[in-house]
Design a protein around this ligand. Structure first.
Ligand SMILES: [Zn+2]
Length: 260
């Protein structure tokens, strides 16, 4: 069992990793750890997460009210998004929010990460949907995030960034790393002419491996055959281009018909 001080030190260490890997710019990003059912430790707003020391870390209750904050440090304004995850997922012990460039580019382009292209990404994440855009610091983000929480451990936040969660901080951070690596590979493979996707049989085998590994958390593999939020989202730039082409064709036909 880690002490509160050890958890604060780990939060600073994760801050350095997130910053040094370019997963955030300037003072962006935030993460939190559930200490117990009443208390949450969280990173402060307005500071670079790459240069924190333990006294920077703030403590809030489940309503987001400040319990502890040294000097001028104040909890991240995005804490509401974290609290919603803890409310809806009692199994979660830590939440990480960052803006890693490849994953965030997909979030900005409105393309969810759904193509099964490499075993590790399929086993760790499965699919990553996009939660509809919400204004930061308001309840819009937690409200739009909520429907995905029971089914996934990672989401893209439309036109914003990414959010991951897990049983502890290291695991939640690792999910963010896996998510960004998956997005980077998908982007690069698309630039090379398109990723070669696994077929359904290959995906089923990987899902089976995940089950045998006894991995915790939620994953699309646990809901095969069910309609879950995000399953209607299309995952490829090509699909999106096809949809766009269909819409243009519809409009042209409508105009031609009107001219007749
Ligand atoms: Zn953000």
């Amino acid at each position: 069992m880690q002490t509160e001080q050890e958890i604060k030190e780990l939060m600073c260490d994760i801050g350095r990793r997130v910053y040094n890997r370019g997963m955030v710019a300037a003072n962006d990003g935030n993460f939190s750890v559930k200490l117990n059912e009443e208390e949450i430790l969280c990173t402060p707003t307005g500071v670079s997460k790459g240069f924190m020391t333990p006294e920077y870390i703030c403590k809030v209750n489940r309503k987001g009210e400040v319990l502890e904050a040294n000097g001028s440090f104040r909890p991240s304004s995005e804490i509401r998004m974290h609290l919603r995850v803890y409310d809806k997922r009692p199994d979660v012990g830590a939440v990480v929010h960052a803006h890693p460039s490849f994953a965030t580019s997909f979030a900005i382009a409105g393309i969810p990460l759904k193509q099964p292209i490499m075993p590790e990404a399929v086993i760790a994440l499965g699919e990553v949907p996009i939660a509809e855009y919400g204004t930061p610091s308001t309840d819009e983000i937690p409200d739009r995030l909520e429907k995905y929480l029971p089914y996934y451990d990672a989401v893209l936040l439309e036109s914003h960034g990414a959010l991951t969660w897990s049983s502890d901080l290291l695991a939640a951070y690792m999910k963010m790393e896996s998510l960004e690596f998956y997005a980077e590979l998908l982007y690069k493979a698309t630039m090379l002419g398109g990723a070669k996707e696994f077929d359904q049989e290959q995906v089923t085998k990987l899902y089976e491996i995940r089950r045998k590994m006894g991995l915790t958390g939620r994953h699309p593999a646990d809901f095969v055959g069910q309609q879950i939020p995000g399953s209607e989202q299309t995952g490829t730039a090509r699909n999106i281009m096809d949809e766009l082409a269909d819409k243009v064709a519809e409009k042209v036909l409508a105009k031609l018909n009107a001219q007749k």
